[in-house]
Write a protein that binds this ligand. Sequence first.
Ligand code: NAD
Ligand code: SER
Length: 312
Amino acid sequence: MVTGALGQIGSELVASLRKIYGNHNVLSTDLKDASEVDDEYYEKLDVNDTERISDLVQKHQIDTVYHLAAMLSATAEKIPMKAWDLNMNSLLHFLELAREKKISQLYWPSSIAIFGADTPKNNTEQNALAIPTTVYGISKRSGEYWCNYYHKRYGVDVRSIRYPGLISWKTLPGGGTTDYAVDIFYQALETGKYECFLSEETALPMMYMNDAIRATIELMQADPEKLSIRTSYNLNALSFTPKQLTEAIQKYLPDFEISYKPDFRQAIADTWPASIDDSIAQKDWNWKPEFDLDAMCKAMLENLKIKLGVES
Ligand code: NAD
Ligand code: SER
């Protein structure tokens, strides 16, 4: 079962899991009515509805859950209590189902947002000081502790990655601080101009979606004996500023122009690392990213040109 399956990550994770396990073995769930979703193996599920979660787990004999539904950083700052409710309570319910052995494996994503302004910015280590100052970061950090607790105390097989900002072309991102790095490609192709809500020198950790999906599946398939982290793994791929991303896009679209108008998301980004040390993921389950900045830009532009019907 995948929750939040219609989102930026879920839409791609479901497709990849179905290639491996077969369509009928992967149930996608999200808030939309089933009649609105073109997917035979979809069920409507609000993850605040714990009874419905339990019913669906039983009805479909679910053994593994990828619990993606959450409120992302920028939206969460507007409605902090709702974000806390959504991000925490549903995780606890799935952890309880795992403790009761109603499911056998749980995946739950954390984020680079667990770090804070006092964290060293470059090559941020797995166990670097992490005092998050956004509600999203607090919920992810707390969730990591709960995952670790359920693993250590009850032997629950819960696995997690601290995703960097994810860049993809299939589904738009849903209210994060790193969304600029997707929006910029749409605007570059459609209008040739982009007004960025972060300043030009704001470096953040980022990753192309193909790498993130592969990492997720590789972690879930890894030998549990080799996994030394049950909070959440640091994961690294790219680190760039809006200015560096612009220059990379200009190699393909030389007339592309950017301007900067930082908004409330700048304050969030300022508390996050610029790059991540993921040596433990490399060691424990052989993690290695494939997409560098240029390969990511090329893939984004090629795929979006087709999606948006833009002439070369
Ligand atoms: P998204 O916003 O694109 O998708 C979230 C999905 O959850 C949406 O389809 C939404 O309809 C659904 N949803 C919202 N409330 C729900 C509810 N009450 N019940 C059921 N579904 C609900 O998010 P995403 O980018 O796909 O992120 C998925 C997970 O990965 C989240 O936990 C997020 O914190 C984490 N993450 C994402 C990124 C990133 O850059 N995309 C980075 C770090 C971590
Ligand atoms: N991309 C996410 C966000 O900006 C990071 O978790 O909220």
